[in-house]
Design a protein around this ligand. Structure first.
Ligand code: ATP
Ligand code: MG
Length: 427
């Protein structure tokens, strides 16, 4: 026998006990997005490496060290998508979705990043993302944030998460700030840690994330992006805040919120929670007006966000709440497999929406009843020799007491329906 093969580190199976929460989350989220008029787009999981380099940025954590990049058999460099925005912009441009239109889109699926696996951080993880194109905002920025707030309410998480907001200004605001920052940091070069000294040329903004105490001290007096915002970015941010205030959305201005992807400008936001330790961001997004033209398309203002589904699932699972309905009916028939299977299908037709399980795999009456009990089923339906001769079955309540009864097969759908409805009421 060969050695057992395990899954790849950081790429998790989502087991049947866990999928009910996932499905519940996905359904609720989908309903909210659709209520706001957003439409689903399904994108490939693999794109050309160039797409991510040009959008996310060469000098970002994702592109420098987290991408799963490989050569395919034609020698083309391909990458498992680390996020969804780049592919969405590529698709919109390729299929002319932006031309004279303002599409509101959403997508959902796995993303891949070679990070150090830990709680809330995996190598294959899932995002649900939203992108709105062709609108300069700030009304659409506000709508997107209001929609995320509606999502938390739909998921019962409104007390778990808080909103952080910042403006990154326009491209030339960031350029002016960057120049001032580099000048200031160059004057204090010898006080910076080694990593930060190296970043000074390549990506000075990342020095702001340094954990080094001396560097942090130097940063206290560094030029702040907020002081470099031009008139247009200021007005945009002001109006966004006015709409959020009017809608009663609470937020905290976090001037160190910069996001790890190069394409953002103006509005950026994150929804964070204390409940997840260091991996506290459950939803992150912002405006990226420059991306479409950066990828060779026509200028298209855009704003979007992505939610990390693993982190949301974790929040939703803490109460251990049951989200999967138990079987409504479990059919036990040691001697009449064929009849049991056809009866099960008749009941699925006659009782739409109910869960009908038919015992498979043989075994004695007693062992089948044990399985019925273990499944958590509400009713067992027993098909024995004697009953079938009279065209009847025995219905036995498995939960909450009640006597078992013989019921004519022809009357089963109606009787079971009544029975279950009565149980629904008393639950
Ligand atoms: P972080 O600061 O947590 O690394 P990020 O800025 O890299 O996040 P984004 O690229 O903006 O994250 O992705 C949006 C969301 O996707 C994050 O807020 C998080 O919820 C989730 N996410 C990102 N990376 C991972 C990962 N490796 N595992 C699980 N979820 C992730
Ligand atoms: Mg990250």
């Amino acid at each position: 026998m060969g050695k057992k093969i395990a899954s790849i580190r950081g790429m998790n199976d989502i087991l049947p006990d866990e999928t009910p929460v996932w499905q519940w989350l996905e359904e609720r989220a989908r309903a909210v997005l659709q209520a706001y008029g957003y439409r689903e787009i399904r994108l490939p999981m693999v794109e050309s490496t160039e797409l991510f380099k040009r959008s996310i940025g060469e000098v970002t954590d994702i592109v420098e060290k987290e991408m799963y990049t490989f050569e395919d058999r034609n020698g083309d460099s391909l990458t498992l998508r680390p996020e969804g925005t780049a592919g969405c912009v590529r698709a919109g441009e390729q299929h002319n979705l932006f031309y004279g239109a303002t599409p509101r889109l959403w997508y959902m699926g796995p993303m891949f990043r070679h990070e150090r696996p830990q709680a809330g951080r995996y190598r294959q993880f899932h995002q649900m993302g939203v992108e709105a194109f062709g609108m300069e905002g700030p009304d659409i920025d506000a709508e997107i944030i209001l929609m995320t707030a509606a999502l938390w309410r739909a998921l019962g998480l409104e007390d778990e998460v808080t909103l952080e907001l910042n403006s990154l200004g326009d491209a030339h605001d960031r350029q002016r700030h960057r120049e001032a920052l580099v000048a200031y940091l160059s004057d204090h070069r010898e006080q910076l840690d080694d990593d930060s000294q190296r970043r000074l040329e390549r990506n000075p903004l990342r020095i702001l994330d340094s954990k080094d105490a001396n560097t942090q001290k130097v940063l206290e007096d560094a030029p702040r992006l907020a002081d470099y915002l031009g008139e247009s970015a200021r007005a945009h941010f002001h109006e966004l805040r006015a709409i959020l205030d009017a809608a009663g959305i609470e937020y905290r201005i976090n001037s160190s919120l910069v996001r790890g992807l190069d394409y953002y400008g103006k509005t950026v936001f994150e929804w964070v929670t204390d409940a997840l330790g260091a991996q506290g961001t459950v939803c992150a997004g912002g405006r990226y007006d420059g991306l479409a033209s950066q990828l060779g398309g026509r200028d298209t203002p855009a704003v979007g966000f992505a939610m990390g589904l693993e982190r949301l699932v974790w929040l939703l699972s803490r109460d251990g709440g049951e989200r999967e309905p138990v079987p409504d009916v479990y059919i036990v028939a040691p001697e009449h497999r064929a009849r049991a299977l056809t009866l099960a299908d008749e009941l699925r037709t006659g009782l739409p929406g109910r869960r009908i399980l038919c015992h498979c795999g043989g075994g004695s009456f007693k062992s089948q009843m044990k399985k019925a009990d273990k499944s958590g089923a509400r009713l067992a339906l027993m098909l024995g020799e004697a009953e079938l001769e009279r065209s009847e079955a025995v219905v036995k309540p498995m939960r909450g007491g009640g006597e078992q009864q013989s019921v004519a097969l022809a009357e089963l759908p109606a009787r079971l329906s009544q029975w279950l409805a009565r149980q629904d009421e008393t639950r």
